[in-house]
Design a protein around this ligand. Structure first.
Ligand SMILES: [Zn+2]
Length: 280
């Protein structure tokens, strides 16, 4: 039990470090390698296509990082309770959380009773709950876009710089094993090998984020949380999907699609209303 907790704590520190490293590497590759090579033009210093791509990349990155920051700056509310939480009779005693009475949850990593808890996000080192769910979903969407965009530009770069053809659909399957072999045989440079690995990292994060975001949106539209899904409370749909989405995304939701700004009005004590009409 103690060992499992230490593992969670370590993950809580490693995951954000991994996120920061991947962001810095992606930035460096885009501006030092990809943009100058892929959009090189012989006569003009900076061609318009390159400026458009820089703008798109900065927009996606800005929203991903902005929503990441918002998720941390507006943490989910926690109940100021000094009593030791009492578990509900059907508490599964999961590795990361205790399920309490009244449909509330105690996060073992945050060591707090989190209101409307969804799950503990290790990349942000925070619980996702009533106040930051919207930022978390937007963070997933933009991270996914950023990664898939980087993948496309990365493929373009490898095609131009190293004449690797991606026309055959099998190229992506054989690229990693072949590159690993070539690298250890000394046939390709460390940089080229690193770029191939980054393509797979972007593909992986891009697909996982997109899948995660779709699942969260479905849950939000049904007025449910991941915690409740774990308990098998999926049978009933609460309220209309419109009301559920407004509940999470706030009234200024349209602005939040394009800018990482505060769009969720949180009235203190509002969660009590949520529990009153949704859990009793
Ligand atoms: Zn937590």
């Amino acid at each position: 039990m103690l060992f499992r907790m230490v593992k969670l704590r370590l993950l809580n520190m490693i995951a954000p470090a991994y996120f920061y490293t991947a962001t810095v590497v992606t930035f460096a590759l885009h501006f030092l390698l990809f943009m100058p090579t892929v959009f090189r033009s012989p006569d003009v210093e900076r061609n318009p296509t390159m400026l458009v791509h820089i703008a798109v990349f900065l927009f996606l990155m800005g929203n991903a990082l902005g929503n990441y920051t918002m998720t941390i700056c507006y943490p989910s509310e926690n109940a100021n309770e000094t009593v030791i939480p009492v578990c509900s009779p059907d508490c599964p005693d999961r590795i990361d959380a205790h399920y309490l009475l009244n449909g509330r949850h105690f996060c073992k990593v945050c060591k707090k009773v989190i209101l409307k808890r969804d799950h503990h996000c290790f990349f942000t080192g925070n619980c996702i709950g009533n106040r930051n769910m919207r930022y978390f979903i937007m963070f997933s969407i933009y991270t996914s876009c950023c990664c898939l965009y980087s993948l496309v530009i990365g493929v373009a770069y490898l095609t131009i710089e190293y004449s690797i053809s991606f026309e055959n659909p099998l190229t992506f399957l054989t690229l990693l094993p072949l590159s690993t072999g070539y690298f250890f045989l000394g046939l390709i440079s460390g940089l080229q090998f690193f770029l191939v690995i980054m393509l797979y990292v972007w593909l992986g994060i891009g697909l996982v984020s997109a899948g995660f975001c779709c699942q969260q949106l479905l849950l939000v539209a049904r007025g449910q949380t991941w915690c409740e899904l774990q308990k098998g409370w999926l049978s009933e749909v609460r309220g209309t999907w419109r009301a559920n989405l407004t509940d999470v995304f706030g009234s200024r939701w349209a602005l939040g699609l394009f800018l990482p700004v505060q769009t969720v009005e949180t009235v203190p004590g509002n969660w009590q209303v949520y529990h009153d009409h949704k859990h009793d």
